[in-house]
Design a protein around this ligand. Structure first.
Ligand code: 2P0
Length: 360
């Protein structure tokens, strides 16, 4: 292969993440920065990932992207895609042959190449399971490897991923990850993700995902949060008065492995996020009757146990993510399977009219 036609490739995967303290609302739409900090768990032990191959060659005539095998047309003008490709390429370094120490591809060579990106999700796209988070994180991580990119300050790659999709910045790290809202700097370079504790810190924690529906959501997060920022006074109060306190509570709970405190603040923050959706005008409904029955079930379970053994959280869709500890996972799954035995909505009525859970 002549040097000019060589194709350089890197394949990387990134996990989805589920927020315990939610991001909802943009402070700056150009830099895609949030009105409040947020905190999530990266689901890096399970198969909810985006797997992305990034290739570059001077033989490519334009930038192209394939998602789950289908080409996304006109991607090269997409603002989010450009921010990621151009952002990482600006940090490219020379590719050196380790044996001869010769420069195989210089930084200037990278600048002259187009990219081809192929990405696969191992889970339903746009069903409120944070597919864009994994997707943009994998895109940035694959480009970093392809271009041998180096950060000029810690967290710079997360600031690039954030411009693809806000929540994507948190998927670049494993374990428990905070996205600091930032805003002290004019270019928002302080709006970055930081690992609060790594994936080995609290190995007993488990996430159970109840897929209530894998249909595409009706209101995109970007549109929904824009309407919320413009109309919900509760959202403004939440961002300023509530979330800063909750960030402190949850970081302390994670460091101390205090599931009771972690679970309580996670459930309260999910509820407040959905309350701000209801407070949006016109209102946005992401949770449905099945979602609400899961909330009731978890509260009954914790009441019966006399402690918090499971915590629910819901994103921009009806699916429930339950956090629990490994010692309770069998009990929790037995409960879930009892009340949600089949692909039917019949159980909702049965559950709501039933007072028997506590006895069982
Ligand atoms: C979160 N969500 O913190 C919250 C909870 C949904 C509910 O981040 O416009 O897809 O691409 O920055 O990141 C969804 O918003 O929005 C989200 P953009 P994103 O996980």
């Amino acid at each position: 292969v002549p040097k000019s036609a060589a194709i350089h490739s890197a394949t990387v995967s990134a996990p989805t993440n589920i927020a315990c303290i939610k991001y909802w609302g943009k402070a700056n739409t150009h830099y895609n920065t949030p009105i409040n900090s947020s905190l999530s768990v990266s689901l890096d032990q399970c198969d909810l990932r985006a797997v992305t191959t990034a290739s570059a060659s001077s033989s490519f005539d334009r930038d192209r992207l394939w998602l789950n095998g289908s080409e996304v047309l006109d991607v090269s003008t997409s603002k989010r895609f450009r921010a990621c490709v151009d952002g990482v390429r600006a940090l490219a370094t020379d590719k050196i042959d380790p044996n001869t120490n010769q420069v195989l591809v210089s930084k200037a060579d990278w600048e002259g190449m187009h990219v081809h990106i192929a990405s696969y999700n191992t889970f339903p796209t746009a069903a409120g399971l944070a597919s864009s988070a994994a997707g943009y994180a994998a895109l940035v991580a694959a480009l970093v490897q392809l271009f041998g990119a180096k950060e000029s300050y810690p967290g710079e790659f997360t600031a690039i991923a954030r411009q693809g999709s806000g929540s994507a910045c948190r998927s670049l790290y494993g374990g428990f990850v905070a996205w600091r809202a930032g805003g002290a700097k004019a270019d928002w370079s302080d709006s970055i993700a930081e690992q609060v504790a790594d994936e080995s810190h609290w190995p007993e924690i488990r996430a159970v995902i109840l897929v209530v529906s894998d249909a595409k959501k009706e209101t995109s997060s970007t549109d929904g949060m824009s309407t919320s920022v413009n109309t919900s006074e509760l959202l403004a109060f939440r961002a300023k008065e509530v979330v800063p306190k909750r960030m402190q509570i949850i970081e302390k709970a994670i460091k101390a492995k205090d599931f009771d405190a972690f679970g309580k603040v996670t459930m309260m923050d999910s509820n407040q996020f959905h309350a701000t959706c209801l407070d949006t005008y016109p209102p946005i409904f992401y949770m449905n009757d099945v979602s609400r029955s899961v909330v009731q079930m978890i509260h009954k379970y914790n009441e019966w146990a006399g402690e918090i053994r499971a915590a629910y959280t819901f994103d921009a869709g009806p699916n429930a993510v339950l956090y629990t500890l490994d010692k309770h996972v069998v009990e929790l799954l037995a409960l879930v399977l009892k009340y949600y035995p089949a692909k039917s909505n019949d159980f909702v009525e049965e559950y709501v009219s039933s007072e028997s859970l506590a006895k069982e």
